[in-house]
Design a protein around this ligand. Structure first.
Ligand code: ZN
Length: 160
């Protein structure tokens, strides 16, 4: 298990250092912003849809290693997926980080590399970091873009 954990850490550190799809998307037809005031993470998710398929996906923002790596891995896993598939993966990822799933297989086909976030459930404060990009994606798909925050009603700290 500890070997697996080291591998997981490597993947997270790598995606934090060299985030994939870390750019704006001029052709985006959906976007949303997300904030996690608890940790100071900010993310903007851009989507270019082709009917029901995520043709391209990118993100920008700043935050801790977990939030950045999570957004980066999300973009690599979701490119080319349908909206319905993305929702399934989101649900499964949510179960993974909140501990709703007891035993995640390393090669879980639905999650792919996202399984590296299984360790996050042991750190409740990090769950919001890991899920921020996903909630933001959900908002972009659902409502075509509004600002989401992991905390209710407190936008006062933004811009500081
Ligand atoms: Zn964070």
């Amino acid at each position: 298990m500890s070997e697996l954990r080291e591998l997981y850490q490597e993947v997270i550190l790598d995606h934090n250092k060299r985030p994939r799809n870390f750019r704006t998307l001029p052709e985006a037809d959906h976007m949303a912003e997300g904030h996690n005031p608890l940790c100071g993470d900010n993310v903007t998710v851009y989507l270019q849809m082709d009917g029901d398929v995520i043709r391209d996906i990118s993100f920008q923002g700043s935050g801790c290693a977990i939030s950045k790596a999570s957004a980066s891995l999300m973009t690599t896993e979701l490119k080319g997926k349908t909206q319905a598939e993305a929702e399934v993966i989101f649900q499964r990822f949510h179960d993974l980080v909140t501990g709703g799933m007891d035993d995640v297989q390393e090669d879980d086909e639905t999650l792919g590399k996202l399984a590296v976030f299984s360790g996050v459930r042991e750190y409740p404060a990090r769950v919001k970091c890991a899920s921020l990009a996903w909630h933001t994606l959900h908002s972009a798909l659902d409502e075509g873009g509004r600002t989401v925050t992991t905390e209710e009603g407190d936008e006062a700290a933004s811009g500081a």
